[in-house]
Design a protein around this ligand. Structure first.
Ligand SMILES: CC(C)(COP(=O)(O)OP(=O)(O)OC[C@H]1O[C@@H](n2cnc3c(N)ncnc32)[C@H](O)[C@@H]1OP(=O)(O)O)[C@@H](O)C(=O)NCCC(=O)NCCS
Length: 173
């Protein structure tokens, strides 16, 4: 199925679609964890089209959209300079900000392909080391990042509305 899914760099004109798939996949994965108000607050900040437009205009940030044959969005990833609260963060540290695949496409290597694309871009742009933040209970994603050489190096609290989630910080040198 994924061999019919193309991954391409997202442009400003994809802001609305990224907001749509960003909100849909976050809600699908984590929505049950939060009170509706906290979830809505988070989605307004993180996945409004204006938020994506701002990100896509930033020349240091990149996003990729995976599209199925029928034109629907199957997944996305984004990356750029590391913003995680890492003590003594290296000046050229990079971060995988987001990696999400629509549930109906899970388990068919699309997440790995998006991850490879983002890592190749980060490396080509001189980011080193690389970091990713992942929910402490997201074992599946941690296994995936582990296969790509990321190891646990710290923790922080990720705000979703009034909630604070325990997040692991993973690093790949
Ligand atoms: C993580 C994710 C992008 C992987 O995409 P995918 O296309 O299914 O991944 P691949 O087919 O390339 O690789 C499968 C691996 O993904 C991970 N995975 C599988 N299902 C998962 C799930 N429901 N949630 C998180 N990770 C999962 C596992 O490591 C799996 O391999 P394993 O079961 O052999 O250990 C996808 O599962 C997803 O979007 N999950 C929900 C959002 C999420 O957790 N994103 C990461 C936030 S840090």
């Amino acid at each position: 199925m994924t061999d019919t899914i193309d991954i391409r760099r997202a442009t400003i004109s994809d802001a609305f679609r990224l907001g749509e798939i960003g909100a849909a996949t976050f809600t699908d994965t984590f929505g049950h964890l939060y009170p509706p108000e906290d979830l809505a607050d988070f989605l307004r900040g993180a996945h409004a089209p204006e938020a994506w437009s701002r990100r896509l205009r930033d020349s240091h940030v990149a996003a990729w959209l995976a599209e199925a044959d029928d034109g629907s969005a199957a997944g996305y990833a984004s990356a750029g300079p590391c913003k995680l609260p890492v003590p003594d963060l290296e000046s050229n540290a990079g971060e995988l900000f987001q990696l999400y695949v629509h549930r109906r496409h899970h388990g068919r290597q699309l997440g790995s392909r998006l991850l490879e694309t983002a890592l190749a871009w980060l490396e080509a742009h001189g980011f080193d080391p690389l970091y990713v933040g992942v929910w402490s209970a997201n074992d599946g994603a941690q296994r995936l990042y582990g296969r790509f050489g990321f190891t646990h190096c710290g923790e922080y609290e990720f705000p979703v509305g009034t909630r604070r989630d325990r997040e692991f910080i993973l690093r790949r040198a």
